[in-house]
Design a protein around this ligand. Structure first.
Ligand code: G6P
Length: 478
């Protein structure tokens, strides 16, 4: 950047890397996990931009530095703030509330105070990095107050906000004691992006209910002293993956070879089922495993020719609901393996770790049936990765209706994961799917995923955002 700051500033809870301090006091970093990183990295590498976020360890006070072709600006968080802002308000209040209260959200005033304080810190850091008239793109539920705070600090910048997770129905959102403050925080943005059209309309309903502002369609008019000040637009921008990169990776001889090895290592099952999620109660892992266990019990499937690989990557391990989920899943897996497994034929291969992209691509290629059974999910990028990996047009995707991806991926076998009988039928249908029908479905899925990739997602969001006039430009502000 010049002395004047960056033209594009991304603000997200996490930096795209995990930072630790080396013995010499210099930062060393490794890539950090998460869908957001996958989605935004290519955008940032193509722009001269700065990324403001937390480095992944507590109490890390670091100057901005360059990594992976990006300017990274670490925001420090103390142990206490991690408990209150991150594990508490973000992941034990907002996360369950926004995912249809699958788990009961906890409301604590102290967590809210920390959320406000930390959001202010992110807003200040972004304000320091942005050039005059810059575009600032704020991400996700951890930072919903940043748009209004940033506007207060820097009236000259364009502010976009993208909500990666679902936005709940009014009747659920209404539970939040700080609902008005959260809505006002978001309305600091010029453009608010959601995964699905339904999320955007939920938001507009919430605006109508908890503010006096007028709305027309998905546009909210902000007035000050009776005069129109600006407009805020809410719209759907379904996120995607770097589909071509994933497709190319899955075509490499190394990945193809590894896919064969995986099947051999698993004892060459006739049918390989795969589940792959962050270990989160929104993902419907219990429902999926229960359905699979019952299929073995009913003898509609047998371990002699079927196996399920379930990858559950560790996530938010200090939050009670996640610890409970791990216990539940591991008990269930142990029971099913005990009841139905045989020497050389495990019913379920369960792994509680995360894997590099190459291994994921090989697993996708090896799997006959991919099970995505989330109870609620903003988008679900695993479903899109599976499709992008299948350049052989084989394989079959069983996909929950409650994912954002289901709006787009209509070639999948859509399921309601709450309906265990229906889920069992869908898995059986997928296992026995006629290869011609499978190919037809996969071609349709691939067309969609390859066309609508992450580059298109960010380009379309930024195109709408940069069309917003900022203060000082001709014909502005009304
Ligand atoms: C979801 C959220 C992201 C988050 C990711 C990983 O995809 O939308 O904002 O980064 O989960 O969760 P974590 O709590 O580890 O950042």
């Amino acid at each position: 950047m010049g002395t004047a700051g960056y033209d594009l500033v991304v603000v997200a809870n996490r930096l795209p890397v995990d930072v630790t301090l080396g013995e010499d006091g210099e930062p060393t970093w490794t890539r950090s996990p998460g869908g957001l990183v996958t989605a935004l990295e290519p955008v940032m590498q193509n722009a001269d931009g700065a990324w403001v976020g937390w480095g992944g360890s507590p109490d890390l006070e670091l100057d901005p530095f360059d990594a992976d072709g990006m300017r990274l600006v670490p925001v420090p968080l103390s142990e206490r703030e991690l408990e209150d802002y991150y594990e508490g308000f973000s992941n034990d209040t907002l996360w369950p509330l926004y995912h249809d209260v699958i788990e009961p959200p906890q409301f604590h005033r102290q967590w809210w105070e920390s959320y406000r304080k930390v959001n202010w810190r992110f807003a200040t850091a972004a304000a320091e990095q942005a050039a005059h008239g810059a575009t600032v793109w704020v991400h996700d539920y951890q930072l919903q107050l940043v748009p209004a705070m940033l506007r207060q600090l820097r009236a000259d910048v364009r502010i976009g906000y993208f909500h990666h997770i679902p936005f709940p129905a009014l009747e659920i959102f209404a539970q939040l004691p700080w609902r008005k403050q959260v809505v006002e925080g978001l309305l600091g943005a010029d453009l608010i992006g959601f995964q699905r059209a339904g999320d955007a309309s939920n938001f507009v309903r919430v605006v109508r209910r908890f503010t006096d502002l007028t709305t027309r369609g998905q546009v909210v008019t902000i007035t000050k002293h009776g005069k129109v000040e600006r407009h805020v637009r809410a719209a759907a921008f379904p996120i995607s993956i770097d589909s071509k990169k994933f497709d190319a990776l899955a075509r490499t001889p190394e990945v193809q070879q590894r896919a064969k090895e995986i099947r051999t290592e698993l004892g060459d099952p006739k049918v390989l089922l795969l589940g792959c999620d962050r270990l989160d109660y929104t993902k419907g892992i219990r429902h999926r495993i229960k359905a699979y266990g019952e299929l073995l019990e009913d003898e509609r499937l047998s371990v002699a020719d079927t196996t399920l690989v379930q990858i559950a990557s560790p996530s938010r391990e200090n939050v009670g609901a996640y610890q409970q989920l791990r216990d539940d899943v591991e008990l269930l897996v142990g029971r099913i393996n005990g009841d139905y497994g045989e020497l050389g034929h495990a019913a379920i291969h369960y792994m509680h770790h995360s894997y590099p992209m190459e291994e994921m691509a090989a697993l996708y290629l090896a799997a006959d049936v991919m099970l995505v059974t989330a109870l609620r999910d903003g988008m679900n990028l695993v479903a899109k990765e599976y499709v992008a990996a299948r350049s052989d047009d084989r394989g079959c995707l069983v996909l929950s209706e409650f994912t954002g991806a289901a709006d787009e991926l209509t070639g999948a076998i859509l399921v309601n994961p709450h309906d265990i009988a229906g889920l069992k039928d869908a898995i059986t249908y997928a296992v026995h799917l006629d290869p011609r029908e499978a190919r037809k479905r996969m071609r349709r899925l691939r067309k969609r995923v390859l066309e609508n990739d992450v580059a298109l997602w960010s380009e379309s969001f930024l195109a709408v955002l940069t069309a917003v006039p900022v203060r000082g430009e001709s014909g502005t502000t009304t």
